[in-house]
Design a protein around this ligand. Sequence first.
Ligand SMILES: NC(=O)c1ccc[n+]([C@@H]2O[C@H](COP(=O)([O-])OP(=O)(O)OC[C@H]3O[C@@H](n4cnc5c(N)ncnc54)[C@H](O)[C@@H]3O)[C@@H](O)[C@H]2O)c1
Ligand SMILES: O=c1ccn([C@@H]2O[C@H](COP(=O)(O)OP(=O)(O)O[C@H]3O[C@H](CO)[C@H](O)[C@H](O)[C@H]3O)[C@@H](O)[C@H]2O)c(=O)[nH]1
Length: 331
Amino acid sequence: MRCLVTGGAGFIGSHVTLGLVEAGHEVVVIDNLLTGHEMALPPNVKLERVDLNNAKETDRVLSQGPWDVVLHFAALSSVADSIKHPTHYLRANIITSLNLIRSCIRYNVKNFVFSSTASIFGGENFSSIIPATAPIRPSSPYGESKFYIEQVLKWADRVYNMRYACLRYFNAAGADIEGRLGEDHQPETHLIPLAIDALLGLRPPLKLYGNNYPTHDGTCIRDYVHVTDLADAHIRVIEKLKYGSVTYNLGSGKGFSNLEIIREIERISGKKLPWSWAEPRPGDSAFLVADSRAFQSECGWQPRNGDIGVIIESALNWRKNNPYGYKTGHR
Ligand SMILES: NC(=O)c1ccc[n+]([C@@H]2O[C@H](COP(=O)([O-])OP(=O)(O)OC[C@H]3O[C@@H](n4cnc5c(N)ncnc54)[C@H](O)[C@@H]3O)[C@@H](O)[C@H]2O)c1
Ligand SMILES: O=c1ccn([C@@H]2O[C@H](COP(=O)(O)OP(=O)(O)O[C@H]3O[C@H](CO)[C@H](O)[C@H](O)[C@H]3O)[C@@H](O)[C@H]2O)c(=O)[nH]1
């Protein structure tokens, strides 16, 4: 297949790009390198350094088709940041996606895979695993922007027959098991990489946001899914698109509280992790755990690295070997 991957230099996009290349597909990446790294791309992947806000440039890349599938990862993706800057976030995620979808329609793309999110569910009203059919109640402008694009894709299918897969990931984490890729966000906002950096003395002690949520230990519960399992999920869902558009929730189905993550990191490393309590972070949902059974049975997906120990160990190994992230080089 010829695949166009937006945000392919980012954390999830780079792992999916590697998976596609290893499966024998040709990949071109669109990325403006806002949070991504050229070093994260395999050597035989062409990078189009384009900002998706630029409709003309986006059109130029799409015109280099035919494309068998477009996978769209590029976005701004911090829940808390989106509450601080709602119009900026809504504008950035919606305009870029609309530019891309319009170009896809213009150049007759028939298969589109979209990175949606658990954040569309809010999470205040759940205490058990969340299926894709659960009520949509975004708790942040970020979640709202993603749900809006899900609706745009529904109309692109109805009017132009562009099939789509909306994959609503829960919390992506971990790193390539062979240590070739990892998570390197500037700034970093995610719990596991920040906790690992605190453990390794690369950052100040971790701040744990909130201890009064309606959960068993008062801290938020999340479902961590290994980034390589997500890569496998994307390759499987492309096959599924032959039969029509789909929307799935994607996670491991197991929830871990923030305190449990700290304990796991301490158990695996055998070291004490320095941390302290801090005020709750605006926009955070108490409970987000996926019911991915529909995806598992319909696409034959089984998380191979789903164990939280494997997720943390792979992230820890990558950071130990790359304390400065991609600055130390790869490609
Ligand atoms: N990380 C998670 O846990 C998680 C969970 C659910 C959904 N998602 C979604 O998955 C996708 C990937 O997330 P990630 O963690 O890999 O993020 P990331 O920040 O690592 O990757 C995003 C990539 O998109 C690029 N990009 C951003 N804006 C762009 C623009 N205007 N034009 C071109 N390129 C642009 C960035 O440079 C970066 O390489 C996002 O859409 C995110 O909302 C992530
Ligand atoms: O320094 C930190 C960082 C995070 N947390 C807590 O750890 C939990 C997880 O936070 P992350 O920032 O790691 O992840 P989020 O759940 O906020 O968001 C992630 O997963 C979502 C889906 O669940 C989104 O799609 C989003 O893009 C992605 O960043 C939250 O309770 C957060 O408050 C801390 O206590 N301290």
